[in-house]
Design a binder for this molecule. Sequence first.
Ligand code: BT5
Length: 284
Amino acid sequence: MDQRELETLLADLPLGGIRYFPKVGSTNDLAIRWAQAGAADFSLVVADEQSAGRGRLNRQWFTPPGSGLALSVILRPENLPVDVISAPPQTDLHTAITRLTALGALAVCETLNEALSPVLPAQIKWPNDVIATRRKLAGVLVELQWSGEKLIAAILGIGVNVTSAAVPPPGEVNFPATCVEEVVDSPVDRWVLLHDILVHLLRWREQMASEKFLLAWLARLAFRGEWVTIVLENESEQDAPPSLEGQVAGLNSDGSLRLRLRSGEITPVHFGEIHLRPVDKPAN
Ligand code: BT5
């Protein structure tokens, strides 16, 4: 792949601009800088390899060369539905980031469900992972870029493991990992996946604030009805984070997870707070 080939591949899509790099630190960093320099809405940064790819809370995201997709899309707030991002200080950042994250995860899920044969049964492990056969094969990282009080862009970063070379060794991941080719058991053209992910992003962006979007997201929510442990994330990492155990009961309209506790009470869990692992049965 090179810049010109990528432009040809994506020529039918209404993108703001395209930048391809064989190797970068993080595509999100390049997208942030490009957004600051005036990139048009829906501009795209793609890299074959990342040396400093990141996940949430500055965790690492592994992207060796030739093995997956690493992309970042620059979304301008004026082109997002008003209900998703309103002007600060009214902006509810958790809700906005959660929806934008779901936009990325849903686009990846639908692409994997539709573009491949056999169908790849991808699901969304709330809030930002795409899993299949209970293992992670893609992750989404949304970062907001401000100029003083003004939100200038949301950077939607997506990493997808396509070949087995993208899958980190078991000791280096906090959740079991896999890749697209392992799940479908055949070679996959990652650039076809990239094209289709962008098609789904463009389509769903228009409808991100709708009930239809929430239902599509809910339909792909992993672990529904299962008992899970929610670890409340603690950025300071000084103490072991507290955890909650409950059954995944669905989504609230703000995108928070509905968790049914042992008492039967349903409690919302908000973005940025959790880590999620299935457990076989409730603890006594
Ligand atoms: C994520 O974070 O899953 C978000 C990943 C976003 C990556 C994209 S690539 C393009 C753009 N540019 C960037 O720099 N980032 C975005 P989180 O849920 O925090 O998961 C991170 C954790 O996943 C790590 O701590 C590892 O345990 C695990 N991990 C790292 N690389 C992985 C991989 N390739 N496949 C599966 N798991 C991985």
